[in-house]
Design a protein around this ligand. Sequence first.
Ligand SMILES: Cc1cc2nc3c(=O)[nH]c(=O)nc-3n(C[C@H](O)[C@H](O)[C@H](O)COP(=O)(O)O)c2cc1C
Length: 301
Amino acid sequence: MNLNQKIKGINFKNPVLLASGTYGFGLKFKEVINLTGGIITKTITFKPMIGNPPPRIYEFEGGIINSIGLENPGVKYFKNKILPNLKNLNTNLIVSIGGNSVKEIIDLIKTLEDEIISAYEINLSCPNVKEGGINLGQNPLIVEKILKEAKKITKKPIIAKIPSVFCNPIEIAKITENNGADFITITNTIPGLVINIEREKPFLGGISGGISGPFLKYYSLYLVAKIRKIIKIPVIGCGGIRDYKDVLEYLFCGAMLVEIGTLNLVNPFIVAKIIKDLKEWGKERRIKNIKKIIGKIEIEI
Ligand SMILES: Cc1cc2nc3c(=O)[nH]c(=O)nc-3n(C[C@H](O)[C@H](O)[C@H](O)COP(=O)(O)O)c2cc1C
């Protein structure tokens, strides 16, 4: 099965992308990264962020809860010290950007605009300090402003990674499309809390965290199936993928691409197997092109 797709001018050798925050900045395991359709680097902010105190990860049967807290070295370090090491990547380099104001996101794009980057993924789940910590992406007016301003200053494709709770994800998806987003990623982690009963306080150093992993697939898949009927821009499915069968579920529901996150923390080589399995699955069924299976199942929800 030919897994290659050209979408919005970007050539994806296969539909499997590495989700932001789960493969660092792409400096390690380059041979694995080069097998994928692209890497989305850890979200960077304009200024460096030290992140949350430990513990930062809690594991449970269905996944993990992380409270990394957007630890990153800031855009200047990223541009001067990290990007030069990524010039010879043989796949798409997608840079995840975030901030707690519209201005911060626009300043980030301005700083990176001359760099060789396939696309930006805007992480709309960054907390807005001024609005009492709610995520930027949960406020439709802010989402509209971010997309509008960003489209004015960049010609690179923009992927809007939307939050999916404490907002109407369908409304947010529509707003990103109406304001020029080229792709939409569904979904980021959803908020969670764990209590340490011995110590009588929250377990995570950052108090609350983001839940990801296998359990998330069922909610994310539902959203992908629903939202892709409402918008025309390509949807990237993200959440809970463990193997090629999970990838197929997303593709059948209409996602053109997928992102794999938590699984990379368990095994950084597993994406290579998933891509191989996907190819073999198609070959066994004599399916010539991946396009034949995208959105194959008609779902009315
Ligand atoms: C440890 C960790 C760090 C993450 N950091 C980011 C990040 O910096 N930016 C972002 O947009 N998403 C981040 N995410 C969310 C993932 O990119 C992904 O959207 C989410 O984990 C759901 O996919 P999964 O179930 O395959 O992990 C992070 C997830 C984990 C587990």
